[in-house]
Design a protein around this ligand. Sequence first.
Ligand SMILES: *Cc1c(COP(=O)(O)O)cnc(C)c1O
Length: 403
Amino acid sequence: MTNNYFKTYPDSKGFFGNYGGSFIPPELQKEMDSITAAYHSISKSHNFIAELRSIRKHFQGRPTPVYFCNRLSDKYGGRIYLKREDLNHSGAHKLNHCMGEALLAKHLGKKKLIAETGAGQHGVALATAAAYFGLECEIHMGEVDIAKEHPNVVRMEILGAKVIPVSHGLKTLKEAVDSAFQAYLKDPITSIYCIGSVVGPHPFPLMVRDFQRVVGIEAKEQYFNMTGEQPDHVVACVGGGSNAMGIFSAYLEVESVAIYGVEPAGRSLNYGEHAATMTKGKPGTIHGFKCYLLQDETGAPAPVYSVASGLDYPGVGPEHSLLNDLKRVNYVTATDEEAIDAFFELSRLEGIIPALESAHAVAFALKLAKANPQESILVNLSGRGDKDIDFIMETYGLPENRK
Ligand SMILES: *Cc1c(COP(=O)(O)O)cnc(C)c1O
């Protein structure tokens, strides 16, 4: 690992080693180039930094705490700590980058935010940011997802966003991305596209990573103040990889810290039954950037599955792809079953109901704790689980009723 990591990656074309870049139509490239230029100048201005700081504190409720899990550590061994992104306003880390993207939109004089959403989490966070800034918000969502994720559709509408149903193809996330891109291309002057993770063409993986760094900056200082040392292990779940980049970024250059990205192993590691991109994928291109990609025999994105809808993406952020090749981050997996068990363990031993996505990170941390009873583990708890409780009760039920 170089000491100049953040100066070296990404390069000026948005490449993290072999990954990332920008593979999009020329008319879209022009817009991305102007967003890149604007981001580089505006994000360093005093006004922008001061306004974002104030939003973090007074609107989002940051800093979120770092919490020591007493009973969980007693039962599993090790010393398990959580960075509580579930306590961030709107219940997950996603608002960290949505507020940043919307603030940039305001500085650029844009009137409308456009995005896609799968399960609706990104849509709700962006609609929240749009309401804060008084911007219009248009969220493209597959009809299948609209039927499945009714509460999030209602939330977006209450927040004043317009939800655009997408009715072609499989009517899920991939088609929603296509539809949102088309809407953006029709009106790139007054609108801006806001992506939901550290994915997509340059500069999004860089921009979203930078907006999420607040998680790692806070956590590193809080953890050190609590313990006088660095954690032995840092763990986060990886869908596109934004919450993970947020916390990992603070520890990449601290060599003593082992870092783990947890991907969903779903029902099994057989084709179509998981979204373990690093474990089973190989380099390819999706949504305008290069990364590890789960592919079918033609090289197209493979069908993916996870019990956590925020994790079922066939690609992964380009920076994670690089960190995998550099062997700085260990990419591991947790199954649906392990995540469900961890969901109940954390709920019942600590009084914290985690998002199913975050439960994947907790599941792996519990294994790590058992194997390393003398060591400390800092887990990024990316979100709260309220959105998942109906699904879990209908599909699994309480642990004592399952045997
Ligand atoms: C969306 C989401 C994720 C996955 O996204 P990343 O970009 O990988 O962080 C994880 N946890 C929660 C709570 C989410 O809403």
